[in-house]
Ligand binder design. Structure first.
Ligand SMILES: NC(=O)c1ccc[n+]([C@@H]2O[C@H](COP(=O)([O-])OP(=O)(O)OC[C@H]3O[C@@H](n4cnc5c(N)ncnc54)[C@H](OP(=O)(O)O)[C@@H]3O)[C@@H](O)[C@H]2O)c1
Length: 264
């Protein structure tokens, strides 16, 4: 590999919310970053904000990660820019609130395509470079990963996949010098709620976190090589409760919570 090839942190879903704050933090800590999302204008705005004088400009990759083939397109864009992914942050994701039987089919399979298939394929496509760099992977799961989620069933199931995949991969990559971390935030104030069709009132009840401390916890946990990172006391308690309370009971609680949050 030529010396001219630079290592970068690849962050998917960097145009807003948790991903944008992770990009700010990685840039602050002196990492070169490659920012991926569909909204190129928002990515370029972020580049103007975080570009450090004298350092190479953050790379913008305007890409829809939902269609199959997007992982190859991402790998090709990195090659074309002469950079290698040493740290991968799989953050892009979305959910839809509502019952499986009443939500549009395409929207629901789209959640699986982005949160599961694309996250997996991007990881597989970039893994050789990450292993060569003895790098790191941060997969953004959710506290939802610990529960079955009536009222947001597919989203919860995709996040259970992300957590399970991350933990198993972290085990497999022991001895390769690569760490894999799953970040499991609870409700966080971002663009996620409006895309999901969720209302804000519940927030007073569940104390949503700002995305900056969530991203800071993700960065610190990743750098410390933590396998599972749950930011915030309420979310830590929720994760703990999921191991204690019978699933039949927690499902009633989740179904109720999703019901009061949803706006149809
Ligand atoms: N907010 C919460 O309450 C919460 C709680 C737990 C976990 N999470 C997880 O945190 C992660 C980040 O979400 P967020 O809360 O920061 O929400 P957000 O503000 O909606 O950000 C989502 C990011 O994903 C990108 N994205 C969405 N669809 C994409 C696609 N097809 N291709 C490429 N990029 C796409 C969006 O960019 P473009 O629209 O420009 O493509 C945006 O940058 C998600 O995985 C979410 O499930 C969120």
């Amino acid at each position: 590999m030529s010396d001219a090839i630079r290592d970068v942190v690849v962050i998917t879903g960097a145009s807003g919310g948790i991903g944008a704050d992770l990009a700010r933090i990685f840039a602050r800590e002196g990492h070169a970053v490659a920012l991926v999302a569909r909204n190129g204008e928002r990515l370029r705005q972020l580049v103007r904000e975080i570009a450090a004088p004298g350092a190479p400009e953050p790379l913008v990759i305007e890409l829809d990660l939902e269609p199959s083939g997007s992982a190859d397109a991402l790998a090709a864009a990195l090659r074309a820019a002469n950079v290698r992914c040493s740290i991968l942050v799989n953050n892009a994701g979305y959910g839809l609130a509502g019952k499986v039987a009443s939500l549009p089919r395409a929207g629901q399979t789209g959640i699986v395509d982005l949160n599961v298939r694309s996250l997996t394929d991007v990881t597989l496509a970039l893994l050789p470079d990450i292993v060569a760099a003895r790098g790191k992977i941060l997969n953004v799961a959710s506290v939802a990963a610990f529960f079955a989620g009536p009222g947001m069933a597919i989203y919860y199931a995709t996040k259970a996949y992300v957590l399970s995949f991350s933990e198993a991969l972290s085990h497999e990559l022991r001895g390769h010098g690569v760490t894999v971390s799953a970040l499991c935030p609870g409700p966080t104030t971002t663009g996620f709620q409006s895309r999901a069709g969720l209302d804000a009132p519940l927030f007073t009840l569940m104390k949503p976190m700002d995305c900056r401390p969530v991203a800071e916890a993700g960065y610190a946990g990743l750098m410390a090589g933590k396998r599972v990172i749950v930011p915030g006391l309420f979310n830590k308690l929720s994760a703990l409760i999921s191991h204690i309370v019978p699933r039949s009971l927690s499902m009633h609680a989740v179904a109720w919570l999703q019901d009061v949050r949803r706006h149809d």
